[in-house]
Design a protein around this ligand. Structure first.
Ligand SMILES: *[C@@H]1O[C@H](CO)[C@@H](O)[C@H](O)[C@H]1NC(C)=O
Ligand SMILES: *[C@@H]1O[C@H](CO)[C@@H](O)[C@H](O)[C@H]1NC(C)=O
Length: 407
């Protein structure tokens, strides 16, 4: 069904022109919703070795934040960029858009159809639903997302959603789950989307559809039509370089410290990896499909050029780490005294964070704090800025019992 909806978008070309015209009119009339210009000017000098650019930075962005795929780190990149450039976020009332239900425009704080506010960035957890996303975001938005090998992703999901998903709760161990998932998994039971084809689910597709190659291919192609760029968590640095290139951003915009990290887990056995990929066959197809498009893009970008850019990115990250961080390794939440940068704890493993050096000058400090501010706290800051006085509290919308699980 969703697939059909996505395909129909083709036919909507004409509608799009109309929407663009309306959007332009709204902008010309100067009703650019909520736009403000607060610049956080930092004394920290960004690296300026790259030649002058001819492209124009893209600032209308849709990021589908998939689960357990390094999405929290990308959220930090987007939060910081929007914050620094005074962009307007389409925010949820709480921390996600009524997940695991499909995204709906009425879940965006302050959205009042039909006079559509022009948001710049939409990036918090949702189950993707293109027609509703299009109601909220400008027609020229850049869409991207990130995928991860479903085997390691399943392990991470198990650890994080152990107490939430019915299938995970029933089994004594991850090994037991791997050995015989159908024994524990019943489609539609509470939060079982975390237990099978989670990527496919987050994209708005049916994770329990029996695997067939034509179905998997059609889903992948529909996704390829919608998303300008699909990143891979296993190749995070290369992903950030491709993102920087396509958005026409600066290196410093995409430098980040890894956030929402678990204390190290035991690597999977070869046979476990294979079983998990087979169990998540739709996701595994998707992953291989976009692995191909990813490396095609790297080829086009230039393999040597990519290696150079990744090297620059790593060096800059190292520089900023030395400047900002109290230790080169992430630390346990209880060792972070400042509530503003303490990571939220969830699941059976500890979630680690970063402590900031104590001897920083105020401007440097504020920049460093931004880099390690976890997504929940950063969302609260942006929210407070966009809605001073908290006039949109959404208390009547988001408090549906039993719906909000995980993050
Ligand atoms: C991804 O693509 C690379 C380059 O073509 C290839 O070497 C690798 O085996 C692929 N991985 C998967 C999981 O398909
Ligand atoms: C929040 O919204 C509800 C109804 O929408 C309203 O009754 C309440 O007064 C609001 N609270 C605040 C703090 O604005």
């Amino acid at each position: 069904m969703r697939l059909l909806q996505m395909c129909r978008i083709h036919v909507l070309g004409l509608g799009l022109v109309v929407i663009m015209a309306v959007g332009l009119t709204i902008q010309l009339l100067g009703i650019h919703f909520l736009k403000r210009t607060h610049q956080n000017i930092s004394v920290v000098q960004p690296v300026s070795s790259s030649p002058p650019r001819t492209c124009h930075p893209k600032q209308h962005i849709v990021f589908l934040k998939t689960h357990k795929t390094a999405g929290s780190t990308i959220l930090n990149v987007l939060h910081r960029y929007g914050d620094r450039n005074g962009l307007v976020f389409a925010l949820p009332f709480k921390y996600q858009f009524n997940y695991p239900n499909l995204f709906h425009s009425r879940r965006v704080k302050g959205f009042t159809a039909p006079i559509r506010p022009m948001y710049d960035i939409l990036c918090h957890h949702m189950r993707f639903n293109l027609p509703e996303v299009r109601k909220v975001m400008p027609p020229d938005s850049f869409y991207f997302t990130i995928l991860r090998d479903p085997a390691t992703m399943a392990e991470s999901s198990f650890s994080y959603y152990r107490s939430v998903s019915s299938a995970f709760k029933k089994c004594p161990s991850f090994q037991a789950f791997i050995a015989n998932p159908t024994r524990y998994y019943k489609p539609g039971e509470r939060s079982n989307h975390y237990a099978r084809n989670l990527l496919w689910f987050d994209l708005g597709f049916n994770p329990d559809a029996p695997f067939t190659e034509p179905l998997a291919r059609a889903g992948s192609r529909a996704m390829e039509k919608t998303f300008n760029l699909v990143l891979l968590a296993e190749h995070f640095d290369e992903s950030m370089i491709l993102l920087k290139e396509e958005l026409c951003w600066e290196l410093d915009d995409v430098v980040s410290f890894k956030l929402n990290i678990r204390a190290a887990s035991k690597p999977l056995e070869r046979s476990e990896v294979e079983r998990l990929r087979a169990w998540n066959a739709l996701d595994w197809y998707l992953y291989r499909y976009f692995n191909r498009t990813f490396w095609d893009k790297v080829q086009k970008f230039g393999v040597t050029r990519m290696a150079n850019e990744v090297k620059k990115l790593k060096e800059r990250k190292q520089q900023l780490a030395e400047m900002c961080l109290a230790s080169s390794e992430p630390v346990k939440a209880e060792d972070i005294k400042d509530e503003a940068i303490k990571p939220f704890q969830f699941g059976q493993d500890k979630i680690m964070g970063w402590a900031i050096r104590k001897d920083l000058r105020p401007n440097d400090r504020s920049r460093c704090v931004q880099m390690v501010t976890p997504e929940l706290q950063y969302k609260d800051l942006l929210d407070a800025r966009q809605f001073p006085g908290g006039s949109w509290n959404g208390s009547d919308l988001e408090l549906t019992p039993g719906k909000i699980v995980g993050r």
